[in-house]
Design a protein around this ligand. Structure first.
Ligand code: PBG
Ligand code: ZN
Length: 324
């Protein structure tokens, strides 16, 4: 394969050849749209650091989710922003909690759209941590039951799949067991299996009002320096019964996506997070990059690295590019 016998440019000379040898294609089937649900009616609060994204009351949520579904996007991921917070995250597992109400409404109005619910406590605790706090320590085992109750309440509200994002040890089996006990053995779990302690979550914490009031999440989320540990984390979730495993964030962790895809035979999802979205939007606004092209190249890169599914705030914009 040496020049001049081999000339790679031969198969790049026109779009026909380029299409024929293209190895990776982004499909609307790959996309999952994250949405922020708030209480009230007629609410559509713009999220300043995430242009084009909003906190939505259920009526608006149904519209946006409906638009996504019409474009061919198979699923949404719901985050809730409750009216009240307390140390035990009571509103996370309340029957009439925001995610529970929004899920029921979505399943009524757009029944074939897959509704995935984020299972965590940080939006619901007054201290903003993903688990129960004892002194200044996040108590792993005391948190497990509340996470499982949250997942069960989502399933009862009609959620098609639950997605624990807390990074407590052992939560996947705790959730699996409680779901099975209550006849939800058909509800899959997508676990945030390798979730790093990342500064790229900044805009999300503003959007979801979930920043920790003291300390940080380094005692439960993963150290960005580690990749062998990602394999241990993911393997653990697989053994506990996860159906889909997730790597998060996406673009700065393409090596982790690649590695997990090589070693694990379950579907792999990657979460293209809020900070990744915000940076592209900001550079586009400055006129420094072509935002649409950078968006498509980024999502393609995540897919090429091995992600089968991509959670992205760009889902609607990307779907429009794909089907046009
Ligand atoms: C909370 C949660 C976070 C994200 C999803 N679920 C933030 C965090 O862990 O602090 C981040 C999503 C994003 O940045 O888009 N459990
Ligand atoms: Zn959390």
């Amino acid at each position: 394969m040496l020049f001049p016998d081999y000339r790679p440019r031969r198969l790049r000379q026109n779009e026909g050849f380029r299409r024929m040898i293209r190895e990776t294609r982004l499909s609307v089937d790959d996309l999952i749209l994250p949405l922020f649900a708030v209480e009230g009616k007629g609410v559509k609060n713009p999220i300043p650091s995430m242009p084009g994204q909003f906190q939505l009351s259920t009526d608006h949520l149904v519209k946006t989710a409906g638009e996504a579904f019409e474009l061919g996007i198979p699923a949404v991921m719901l985050f809730g922003i409750p009216d009240k917070k307390d140390p035990l995250a009571t509103r996370a597992y309340a029957k009439d909690g925001i995610v529970q109400k929004a899920t029921a409404e979505l399943k009524k109005k757009v029944p074939d759209l897959i509704v995935i619910t984020d299972v965590c406590l940080c939006q619901y605790t007054d201290h903003g941590h993903c688990g129960i706090v004892e002194g200044r320590v996040i108590d792993n085992d005391a948190t497990l039951d509340l996470l499982a109750r949250t997942a069960l309440s989502h399933a009862k509200a009609g959620a098609d799949m639950v997605a624990p994002s807390d990074m407590m040890d052992g939560r996947v089996s705790e959730i699996r067991n409680l779901l099975d006990e209550h006849n939800f053995s058909n509800t899959p779990i997508m676990s945030y299996a390798a979730k790093y302690c990342s500064a790229y979550y900044g805009p999300f914490r503003e959007a979801a009002d979930s920043a920790p009031k003291f300390g940080d999440r380094r005692t439960y989320q993963m150290d960005p320096a580690n990749s062998l540990e990602a394999i241990r984390e993911v393997t653990m979730d697989v053994e506990e019964g996860a159906d889909i495993i997730m790597v998060k964030p996406a673009l700065p962790y393409l090596d982790i996506i690649y590695r997990v895809r090589e070693e694990i035979d379950l579907p792999v999802a990657a979460y293209h997070v809020s900070g990744e979205y915000a940076m592209i939007k900001a550079a586009e606004k400055m006129g420094w990059v072509d935002g649409k092209k950078v968006m498509m190249e980024t999502l393609l890169a995540i897919k090429r690295a091995g992600a089968d599914l991509i959670l992205t705030y760009f889902a609607i914009e990307a779907a429009k590019e794909i089907i046009k």
